[in-house]
Structures are given as C-alpha cells and as structure tokens.
Design a protein around this ligand. Structure first.
Ligand code: BT5
Length: 317
C-alpha cells in the first residue's frame, strides 16, 4: 500500500486525497494514515488543502523500493535491504539454496563484514553500499573468477556514469586515481566439480564515508571524497551498479567475456608495468600483460607468460 502511494507521489506533482483513495481503494482517512507512515520512514510530504500531497524528499535510508524504482525497465533484480546484518555475503550463503537468481541484499551496516582470506571489511552505518547478489552462472567452478572481474567492471561502469574516475586493481579492488581503495569485491560459491550451483558476489562500496579508522585512513577513500566532498545518493549508485552488472552478466552468459575484458583492460592499474603478485606460490614479480579469456592474470617473467588465478597485487602508492 505504501509503495503504491509512493509510486503515485513520484509520478505526479500533486496527489489529491480523493484520487489516492479511489486509486488505492481505501478511505481518505486511510490515505492520511499511510502518508504519516511514509513520513515516519523519512519521506518529507507536504499537504495543501484542495491540492493534496506533494513529495518533497526521500529518506537517505536504503530501501528496496527506492533502489528498484531507479533500475532500468525489465531489470531482473529483487532487492531487499536490512538495517544491520552480520554480512550480506553470509546472508546469501545461508539462503543461497532457497532464493532465486538475481536476489540482491543490502545492509546499512555489517557487524561482521568480510574480505578475502578472513580479512575484515569496515562497514559503518549509513554511508556505504554493503551489497551482495546471488547468481547462477553456467560456468565450471574453475571460471568463477570471471564473476569477480565482471563485478569490478560493472562497479567501475557505474562509477563512470557519475562522472567520477576510477581504476581496477587485479583481482578485486577498485581504486581512486591516487590508488586508494574505494571498493572491494568478494565472490563465494557453492559448486561441485562440474558446475557452479550458485555464486554470491559481495560488493563493498565506500560511497559517502568521510573518515576511516586509523589502519585504513591512508589506503581507503570514498566516492564522496572523489566528488569534492559532495555526497552521492546511495540508492542511485546501487541501481547503477545493479544495472551495469545485469548488462555485463548477460555479455558473459552470451560468451562475450572479451567485451567485459576490454573494459577491464581500459581501467587496469599497472598494465604493462612491473608488479609483484603474492599468491599461493609466494611472491612473484613480472610485467602485467592483462587478462586471458578465462580471466587469469598474465604475468610475463623473462619472456615467458605465466597464468595466475588468484592472489593480491602489490603496488606502490
Ligand atoms: C575485499 O577483500 O576487498 C572484499 C571486500 C568485500 C566486502 C563486501 S561488503 C558486502 C559483502 N559482505 C561481506 O561480508 N563482504 C562483502 P580483500 O581484498 O581481502 O581486502 C580486505 C582489506 O581491505 C582489509 O584487510 C583492509 O585492509 C581493507 N579494507 C577493509 N575495509 C575497507 C573499506 N571499507 N574500504 C577500503 N579498504 C578496506
């Protein structure tokens, strides 16, 4: 009911109590009650006799409605928002067998936000997008890294659409031009030897953070800092990321990872430069030659090119 009323308020400058009551099939008193409920959620709604209700502003709080109404028509996402959660990735892992593909979950804060290898992810209240999505890619588990790369490209596409610059650092970071971390991506999956059953793509996007704990203050930044201190609408950023991810995922499913890879290469940090990779085999140094068609990093060492599946790239700031 509240969502129907909100849809009317977004569609028309003024919504009369009479129009709302007949459209929603409730009394005018019930309409007034719903308007108050929306005000309690943080919507500023003006009421003027003989004209009706006028929406002035929406709350900063993330809601499924506010994100969904910004998505492209025909978008596949089902969006749910929590106030506080342990970790949006953990939530989808717990529910991965029951929920449909394209479920997206966000939380205002995470009490146990995680990075790779049990590292923690700083997820304070109300400033970031701590978001995970559930996908069913038709891929063998050996190619699941394609999703990490596709997610990074999609977030970068979304950041571009706000006119802000960013770079991608293999395998899962998005950095500011000064090489501070804006975004981290964490993919987890349930798979058997042949195929992936489901895959959770977790995205931690620092949107409006103005400060960081001491251990992150020299390595992290936010979109707001890139935007000259001006806050961004988190629901709009979330919708842009989800739209870009749906489009790039479709390319991937049509066998066109090459197109996603081109976008990755255009933004890659340290392409054709020497870099150190710390991975399963310890630390290796070489010249970064980009990604191959299966998403492996190509590292050239003394004229031979080696394929690297996982690890961390160590770059100087
Ligand atoms: C990542 O791991 O970068 C993946 C982060 C994924 C977070 C999302 S939020 C939604 C979803 N739910 C979760 O529980 N997780 C996902 P990694 O490459 O391992 O980097 C982790 C490192 O980044 C930490 O050890 C810190 O140094 C740094 N870090 C932690 N929080 C940060 C933040 N908010 N901004 C920038 N850097 C951060």
């Amino acid at each position: 009911m509240n969502e129907k009323l909100l849809t009317m308020l977004y569609a028309q400058e003024w919504v009369s109590g009479q129009a709302a009551s007949s459209e929603l099939n409730v009394s005018r008193a019930a309409v007034a009650k719903h308007i108050n409920a929306l005000r309690e959620q943080g919507y500023a709604i003006e009421a003027v006799p003989h004209r009706g209700y006028h929406l002035l502003s929406a709350p900063e709080q993330l809601t499924g409605f506010e994100i969904t109404r910004r998505l492209k028509p025909g978008s596949p996402w089902q969006v749910a928002c929590f106030d506080e959660i342990d970790s949006t990735n953990a939530y989808l892992r717990r529910n991965g067998d029951q929920l449909p593909e394209f479920s997206a979950v966000l939380a205002e804060s995470q009490t146990a936000g995680r990075g790779r290898l049990e590292r923690s992810w700083h997820s304070p209240q109300g400033v970031g997008l701590w978001m995970s999505v559930l996908l069913h890619p038709q891929l063998p588990p050996t190619q699941a890294q394609l999703l990490t790369l596709t997610a990074a490209v999609s977030i970068a596409d979304a950041i571009d659409s706000f006119g802000l610059p960013c770079r991608i650092k293999w395998p899962n970071d998005i950095l500011s031009p000064e090489r501070r971390k804006l975004v981290g991506v964490l993919c987890e999956m349930r798979a058997d030897m042949e195929r992936v059953h489901w895959l959770v793509v977790g995205m931690g996007i620092n949107v409006n953070n103005t400060d960081f704990p001491p251990e992150l203050s020299s390595i992290a930044t936010s979109l707001r800092e890139l935007n000259q201190g001006q806050a961004l609408e988190r629901a709009a950023v979330a919708a842009a990321v989800l739209d870009a991810l749906a489009a790039n995922y479709e390319l991937l499913n049509r066998g066109r990872f090459d197109l996603v890879r081109d976008k990755w290469h255009r933004r890659a940090v340290a392409l054709n430069e020497e870099a150190a990779i710390s991975g399963l085999n310890g630390k290796e140094t070489g010249i970064v030659r980009g990604l191959d068609e299966e998403g492996y990093l190509l590292l050239e060492q003394n004229g031979t090119v080696k394929r690297v599946l996982a690890g961390d790239m160590i770059i100087s700031h």
